[in-house]
Design a protein around this ligand. Structure first.
Ligand SMILES: *Cc1c(COP(=O)(O)O)cnc(C)c1O
Length: 432
């Protein structure tokens, strides 16, 4: 029921995270509150870094996809774990650099980098640009030329795979606004074009097939297509990639019935598949990059809410409202994502009351979970939603003028405020 080992129940029957009482945290910092275990983030990083060291060619790197959870405090943690980072906007670059993260370890993604963002990235020394399309290739070469620079790039290609993920979040299909497709010949053309650019140096290819992937199969299929493409670029363009970025996407369990990805086991299998493929084509071993977001942060975090009360619609169902919702977690509204919800202050009581957890926004889609079981909720109950580290804070909004929650980070049994709660003054600060 608790899903993760860093969660527990103490003598008072309260939910704990890293041994800390969630009721105490709620009392000290208020609700809604994101509670992030730094130790768990570090463990998640190590799942990747250790497997990478063991199985992938030297120089291979794990990049943290910052879009999953981007705030200053995450960057020193992932840097000290030896990860590089993906950024998708000037705002993410700014955040990473403000936290002292080295620009050389940034990989700049995005399907529409504006000219200002391209300049911002170049001025700040972003290590690698992941070029999405022809227009961007031109713009980047032009801007790099103005600076007399030669910018390292990867070309984002689409491999035409549908990994059948649980959510409408797969991006590797031919019909996609991300990247340049291999199947239509466009990827070969953009490579040939890129190789003529004096101010760009092509290191290799990037592709990302989707999210919430639990086994190595889709990655192996992706490798087959990428290696076949690499063999063709060697023949047609005289280009052999020295880097292959396989994207992100290993899944995490949100509810007990979800599978759990064996990250090290999958990486071992992906590496074996890669090795066989390289031998088949007689290609040299490229450095392998992967860019996990969700599987680094999702399970390290939970959100605490205070229940507003119970409303039973006779003949239909019962709703319990919480003091947050789609403003701090829009994933149910976006994808109908399942979550595990617990009554954090009443963990020893039977969860035998069926209810739907609704947020506080003026929007009937504002739900956190439907038809789940809790001890019969009462106003003031502490409600915990698990696995909220990814795509919650980073997707939070001020809809209905609701201030965004605070985020506390736990380390060595202590909590520290990493993001303070938004104030009303913050809400109107930019308004004249
Ligand atoms: C979203 C995304 C990721 C991270 O995906 P997760 O499912 O969070 O691991 C990595 N790379 C790219 C290009 C992405 O768009």
């Amino acid at each position: 029921m608790l899903l993760y080992q860093h969660l527990g129940i103490n003598e008072e029957g309260h939910l704990t995270i890293d041994g800390l009482d969630t009721a105490e945290l709620a009392k000290e910092y208020g609700t809604p509150l994101y509670v992030l275990s730094e130790d768990r983030v570090r463990e998640n990083c190590r799942q990747y870094t250790e497997a990478f060291r063991k199985y992938f060619p030297e120089g291979s790197e794990v990049l943290y996809a910052g879009k999953a959870l981007c705030f200053k405090g995450i960057y020193p943690v992932i840097e000290s774990e030896g990860l590089s980072a993906d950024v998708v906007s000037a705002g993410e670059i700014y955040t990473a650099l403000s936290a002292g993260f080295p620009a050389s370890k940034l990989y700049f993604h995005g399907s529409n980098k504006t000219d200002e963002e391209i300049r911002f990235g170049l001025e700040n020394g972003v290590g690698t640009f992941v070029v999405d399309n022809f227009a961007e290739l031109e713009a980047l070469d032009l801007e790099a030329g103005k600076r007399g620079a030669v910018q390292d790039i990867l070309l984002r290609v689409t491999v035409g795979l549908d990994p059948h993920t649980l959510e409408a979040i797969n991006t590797g299909k031919v019909d996609s606004q991300f990247g340049t497709p291999i199947e239509t010949g466009a990827a070969m053309k953009i490579l040939q074009e890129a190789l003529t650019k004096k101010h760009l140096r092509v290191l290799g290819f990037h592709s990302h097939i989707g999210s919430q992937i639990f086994d190595c199969g889709p990655f192996c299929d992706q490798i087959d297509i990428l290696l076949d493409f690499a063999a063709k670029t060697r023949e047609k363009a005289g280009f052999t990639p020295s880097v292959l970025n396989l994207g992100g996407g290993f899944g995490v369990p949100y509810v007990a019935s979800d599978p759990k990805a064996d990250i090290a086991g999958n990486i071992e299998k992906i590496a074996a598949h890669l090795k066989a493929g390289l031998e088949k084509y007689g290609l040299p071993a490229p450095r392998i990059l992967m860019e996990p977001g969700r599987s680094i942060v999702a399970d390290a975090c939970l959100t605490l809410y205070t229940a507003g009360g119970l409303k039973t619609i006779e003949g239909y169902r019962s709703y319990v409202t919480v003091d947050g919702g789609m403003t701090d977690n829009p994933r149910y509204a976006l994808y109908k994502s399942a979550y595990t919800v617990l009554s954090a202050g009443r963990m020893r009581e039977d969860a035998d009351f069926e209810c739907t957890v609704a947020g506080r926004c003026c929007e009937s889609g504002d739900r956190i979970a439907e038809n789940i079981y809790l001890p019969k909720p009462e106003r003031g109950d502490l409600i915990a939603v698990l696995t909220t580290g990814a795509y919650n804070y980073s997707m939070a909004s001020n809809y209905n003028r609701i201030p965004r929650p605070a985020l506390v980070m736990l380390k060595d049994g202590k909590a520290r405020l990493a993001v303070r709660r938004e104030s009303f003054e913050d809400l109107i600060e930019r308004e004249n």
